[in-house]
Design a protein around this ligand. Sequence first.
Ligand code: HEM
Length: 258
Amino acid sequence: MNYSEYLHIPALLDLQHPRSDPVEHDELLFIIIHQTYELWFKLLLHELEKIGRDFSGNDLYGAIATWHRGRTILKTLVGQLDILETMTPMSFASFRDRLDTSSGFQSYQFREIEFLLGYKRPQAVGFFKPGDPGYEAVRRRLREPSISDHFYRFLAQQGATIPAELLSRDPSLPAIADERVQAALLHLYKTRPDLAILFERMMDFDEGHQEWRYRHVKIVERTIGAKRGTGGSPGVEFLKNSLFQPVFPDLWAIRHQL
Ligand code: HEM
């Protein structure tokens, strides 16, 4: 076994196929950035699944360590946009039509991450038709309990009073803010420094997630301005709707009381 064999380097390096003819220099950058994102998304799903298990298994320190890793991955995802922003609008326009109707809407791993976190937008499954890659996976993630559901169970195991209706809620619905959970979190923040560390790592992740959305909106705005998206949306104005939407609204709702 050597490096190339273990990592399947020849196969990996054979996956970039620019479509522009004659070749547009920046298309390779565009492809590699997106492929790299998808690899990090794969790892994020792997880590978030572990957090779900940590929560249901009442493993506080395992969860803290993995939220820290997840947040660090998000920082890298945001940082990668700096590289893509070296591509000018003129350069992108030179090969954008070669994307045809390809769009970030069809990133099934991105949608799986959202659903796994509890940010469930049932209408988003419509981007995937039977036979498309990710069709089954996205639908399965919509039905499955999210990290937010596992978090309720974890809090209950830690002695917090979590309403029974939340513990048995329909997992396909989005996680929403609940004042009773906020009261429990506030109490734990003030009495359990070990749990407060966990909550802060979850805040880090949530903020990182929102930071990615903001930077994505900005790269879209500076690169295509008011043009419509290749996926058919109005583009920037559409993407702005999901800015500042937290994954863990209860953690954000209590900041003024801490
Ligand atoms: C020049 C750079 C980029 C442009 C111009 C751009 C443009 C857009 C537009 C216009 C949309 C709205 C959907 C549509 O109508 O197509 C969108 C969505 C999306 N893009 Fe990008 N994008 C860029 C870079 C990236 C990168 C690097 C990623 C990383 C994977 C990414 C992932 C996504 C995802 C996941 C969505 C769906 C967002 C949601 O549903 O909330 N984009 N993009």
